[in-house]
Design a protein around this ligand. Structure first.
Ligand SMILES: [Zn+2]
Length: 130
């Protein structure tokens, strides 16, 4: 049963990575604090196998002449409001949405982080970063 689930996950990862590598010329990903996420959400974070997915994505991006960038985990992509630059130091992993005290805008955590990762400084992904 375990082998079957592992095979299904591996197959899904290759298909998803291939689709991304064929669709996009440049991708940005964030080096997540998986230990912190495991403390909050438990073992299911490990089961998602971020590391092996990232390796597959990197391999296929390179094979297709595309570029994968990686933002390091200490870049405050979730805490910094993309629109105004305010840094919310009180943000926790459980906060999915917050109101920016500087500009009053309601901030969707994941969308804000994606904008920060895309438009901030990024460096080419490398296995050394994992
Ligand atoms: Zn703001």
């Amino acid at each position: 049963m375990h082998r079957h689930v592992a095979w299904q996950r591996d197959d899904w990862q290759w298909k998803t990575a291939r689709q991304l590598a064929q669709t996009y010329d440049v991708l940005w990903i964030e080096d997540l604090n998986l230990d912190g996420m495991k403390r909050l959400w438990g073992r299911k974070v490990s089961d998602l196998a971020f590391h092996s997915f990232t390796q597959k994505l990197d391999y296929l991006m390179r094979a297709n002449g595309k570029v994968l960038y990686k933002r390091d985990r200490f870049f405050a992509s979730s805490k910094t409001h993309f629109a105004c630059g305010y840094v919310n130091d009180e943000l926790t992993l459980a906060d999915r949405e917050w109101v920016c005290p500087q500009c009053g805008e309601t901030v969707q955590r994941d969308i804000n982080a994606a904008r920060m990762i895309k438009h901030g400084r990024a460096r080419p992904w490398s296995k050394d970063h994992l």
